[in-house]
Design a protein around this ligand. Structure first.
Ligand code: GDP
Ligand code: MG
Length: 431
């Protein structure tokens, strides 16, 4: 909806006071619809009105551009302004404690944060101090293995585990300690006391409140009780890949009074990063999140493979084998839906469309069932070969034909874009 407001304003040449009020009304509705805290909505719109009126005389930008700029700046400010920066304790380890409601994503965030820091050359120790559910410790242990970081827990008490974990980190020379704590369904007095006792035991440098972005206003306010109990440093916003349209993100800073330090955008360990208010503001306004996408690509794509693919396209030699290799690269970047949502200018209908992630796997199976020769020269595939491939990949001859047709269309398109070298030979496009 906010995207729509901006698009509408972009088309206007000059804005009158009436236009500004109309735009503000749309913005207010858009924010309320996204479940943004009412107080935040009020402050947000009144600041934009103030700025819009005082800047009305500026001639450098069209009035519409000014409003877009103001909305963007206000969004960034509401999201916390400058990005949160984690600094490290002068005498290691830097102790980080995660708290939050049950199911908010603490345990996965603990492992994701550990991996994030390990990739920056740190050596974290993950400590499982959630002894309320036996499975919680095991969940963290398994995640720590995937993240390739050390793990510690024992069956004493949550406070003892945290304290012993700290000693372990010191004796092992680990520079980061991340303590996962028990979740709460609501604000439960005993568990709150336990959390405070852990805080006293290990004196964390950072206490992060983990918040599910899909959470409604109520849960956000409940979560605020944590801010009163412990010395909160910031929040970690999870499940930003879900249906949440930024509502919780926009309220979190106002409600907790703390910056969003990190955000999580998927179930995989890699789907986690520092939170950048400016990028999120751009994303809410539909300008896409190209920077995040680029970083994601840099982390996950193998440059050699990408270059090899590009060269082959240029030379008109891009075949099904290359196609599969490139497809596997894209898959490494995570769910397609997440990638698409970061691209600028993609219509909402496409962003919201159900994407069948299994489709890629099916295509992979079909190509895997082809011989090397067939992949290099799909023209070889006649009816009997097609039947064999369908059988081998557990699909149907029609599915194989469709894939081949799509591939031919893609080759055609590459040629039309001036790629693919010499003009098509009959052989290249024959089936
Ligand atoms: P805890 O009870 O706070 O420790 O929550 P968990 O870490 O166990 O997470 C609860 C569920 O949310 C798990 O199924 C996680 O896989 C899932 N989850 C956590 N973070 C994200 C995220 O960013 N995106 C998605 N889609 N799921 C998440
Ligand atoms: Mg947990």
């Amino acid at each position: 909806r906010l995207e729509g407001v901006v698009t509408k304003m972009r088309r206007k040449g000059r804005l009158s006071v009436v236009d500004i009020e109309a735009a503000l009304k749309e913005i207010r509705l858009a924010l309320l619809e996204a479940d943004v805290n009412l107080e935040v909505v009020r402050k947000f719109t009144s600041r934009i009105r103030e700025a819009a009126v005082s800047e009305a005389t500026s001639r450098a930008l069209t009035p519409a551009q000014q409003i877009v700029k103001l909305v963007n700046e206000e969004l960034k400010a509401t999201l916390g302004g400058d990005a949160f920066r984690l600094t490290f304790a002068s005498s290691p380890p830097t102790v980080i404690m995660l708290v939050g409601l049950q199911g908010s994503g603490k345990t996965t965030a603990a492992a994701k944060l550990a991996l994030h820091l390990r990739r920056q050359g740190r050596h974290p120790l993950l400590v499982g101090a959630d002894l309320a559910r036996p499975a919680a410790v095991e969940q963290l242990r398994i995640l720590s293995e995937s993240a390739k970081v050390d793990f510690f827990s024992e069956t004493t008490s949550p406070i003892e585990v945290a304290r012993a974990g700290l000693n372990r980190a010191k004796s092992l020379g680990r520079d980061i300690l991340i303590v996962d704590t028990a979740g709460r369904l609501a604000v439960d007095a005993d568990l709150m006391a336990e959390m405070v006792a852990i805080e006293d035991a290990v004196s964390p440098d950072y206490v992060f409140l983990v918040i599910d972005a899909m959470t409604g206003q109520d849960a956000l306010n409940t979560a605020n009780a944590f801010a009163e109990a412990v010395n909160l440093s910031g929040t970690i916003l999870t499940k930003l890949d879900g249906d949440a349209r930024g509502g919780a993100a926009l309220s979190v800073v106002e409600v907790t009074g703390k910056k969003i330090a990190f955000s999580s955008i998927g179930e995989k360990l890699e789907d986690f990063d520092s939170f950048y208010p400016d990028r999120m503001a751009n994303r809410i306004l539909g300008m896409g999140d190209v920077l995040t996408l680029i970083e994601k690509a840099e982390r996950n794509l193998d440059k050699d493979v990408a270059e090899r693919g590009a060269k082959k396209i240029q030379a008109g030699k891009f075949d099904l084998e290359d196609f599969m290799e490139q497809m596997q690269q894209v898959k490494k970047m995570g769910p397609l839906k997440g990638i698409i949502s970061m691209l600028p200018g993609i219509p909402k209908e496409i962003k919201d469309a159900d994407i069948d992630e299994g489709e890629l796997t099916k295509i992979e199976a079909i190509i895997s069932s082809m011989t090397r020769q067939e992949r290099r020269d799909p023209g070889l595939i006649d009816a009997s070969r097609r039947n064999r491939i369908a059988k081998g990949s557990g699909s149907t001859p029609t599915a194989v034909s469709n894939l081949l047709k799509q591939f031919r269309d893609m080759q055609k398109m590459m040629r039309q874009m001036g790629l693919g070298g010499p003009s098509p030979t009959k052989k290249n496009i024959a089936s």
